[in-house]
Design a protein around this ligand. Structure first.
Ligand code: SF4
Length: 210
């Protein structure tokens, strides 16, 4: 049972519902292959049917944790920190990211971009979802656009989102894991015909690491 006092601290971003944290290799996108400490924050109501972290959705299942403790753990492992979820922008990321920055960390986010952008970021990976589209605000500053491809229609969606992001944003198509056998040939063919896109794979799953 979460007290009212704790709820206030979570609302302010002084505590956050921490689902898990782990040191691993970033498997996807621009920083694939890079050692990084992942902080997975609970809470997401975007509702992707293929979501592979559905257990993150209900924030009340994850203990509100003081950001001082989260930062202390993170900096003992790495100076590259990836904030993921769930949907981390469900919460105010200002205090967590500012505190990590004061410790000299590079702070990355993986987000659907559906909610107000808070926090200070060295890298924004925008992975837009059809159910809740990203805001104009985040399209203007995203460093990479990573569209998950589950079926052919997602390529149309990818182009719609590519038209919204800033000109420096790097464009990735990534197969949804359960459909990879069917989707990879489609993505390979599409990227060769449309080389502004790059292929991203969930290499951590091939490596059998978190
Ligand atoms: S936005 Fe991410 S965490 Fe939320 S449902 Fe979609 S894939 Fe899952």
């Amino acid at each position: 049972m979460i007290t009212e006092d704790t709820k206030v601290l979570v609302d302010k971003g002084i505590m956050l519902p921490l689902m898990e944290e782990f040191y691993t290799i970033q498997g996807e996108g621009f920083y694939k292959g890079t050692a990084a400490y992942f902080i997975r924050i609970g809470g997401c109501d975007v509702g992707c049917h293929w979501c592979d972290v559905k257990e993150s959705w209900d924030a009340t299942m994850h203990p509100p944790t003081h950001i001082g403790k989260i930062v202390e753990n993170a900096v003992s492992y790495s100076d590259t920190i990836v904030i993921t979820g769930g949907e981390p922008l469900t919460w105010d990321m200002t205090i967590l990211t500012e505190t990590l920055k004061t410790q000299g960390c590079k702070v990355h986010i993986e987000t659907s971009g559906a909610y107000k952008l808070t926090g200070v970021w060295d890298w924004i990976c925008l992975s837009p979802k059809k159910m809740k589209l990203p805001t104009e605000e985040i399209c203007a500053v995203a460093n990479e656009l990573k569209v998950i491809v589950y079926n052919a229609h997602d390529l149309i969606f990818a182009e719609e989102q590519a038209a919204r992001v800033n000109e420096n944003c790097i464009l990735y198509l990534q197969p949804e894991w359960s459909k990879r056998d069917k989707v990879v040939p489609m993505i390979v063919d599409y990227v060769m015909k449309n080389p502004k896109w790059k292929v991203s794979l969930q290499t951590h799953k091939y490596l059998n690491i978190p």
